[in-house]
Ligand binder design. Structure first.
Ligand code: ADP
Length: 162
């Protein structure tokens, strides 16, 4: 039984995140999406809102082995609590690698039994980031193709209301 956690800010969840999640759901027995609550004051969506958006995507995609929960503190503690052996990370480009490798080494120091697994972003989604989504929305651009269809309107409404 291989269980993974996929952690991040997900502020908001994008097509890039969904791409990684889809591939992970077919690879691992189960995946817990961990929504980081730390430093919430800097996020556009609070943790509850981010979890609710992801829960809607999980339902629409009919994932049977994916769940979402908010967490605070160390990702390795979430991994331990959920009985996960892997921490999954997406890599958009080579620029992501130095930070991710530092995190991997620190996490191995904290929890030697929990391995980090990387997935390279699919070319179709590698340019998408949550911050770009927020910027585009603020400038009046459409979110089509940038965030999953079932949560497009909620994200746009929420960002425009800010
Ligand atoms: P964090 O604050 O941890 O970077 P993010 O919400 O930005 O949180 O990202 C969560 C995870 O998703 C990270 O592993 C990140 O590299 C990955 N990710 C973000 N955008 C993409 C994308 N477009 N394609 C693939 N992976 C991505």
């Amino acid at each position: 039984m291989t269980k993974a956690i996929f952690t991040g800010s997900f502020d908001p969840f994008t097509m890039g995140h969904l791409d990684i999640l889809k591939r992970a759901a077919s690879l691992f027995d189960s995946v817990t999406v961990g929504v980081l609550e730390n430093g919430e004051k800097h996020t556009a969506f609070n943790a509850e809102e981010r979890c609710a958006l992801i829960a809607r995507v999980i339902e629409e995609e009919a994932f049977q082995n994916v769940r979402v929960e908010a967490f605070t503190g160390l990702a390795v503690e979430l991994a331990k609590r959920t009985g996960s052996d892997c921490m999954l990370r997406g890599l958009r480009d080579a620029g992501d690698l130095p930070y991710e490798q530092r995190m991997e080494r620190l996490n191995l120091h904290l929890a030697p039994d929990i391995q980090t697994v990387y997935m390279a972003a699919s070319p179709a989604y590698a340019h998408i980031s949550s911050s770009a989504v927020k910027e585009i929305c603020a400038l009046g651009g459409k979110l089509e193709g940038l965030v999953p269809a079932p949560i497009q309107i909620s994200i746009a409404e929420r960002l425009i209301k800010r």
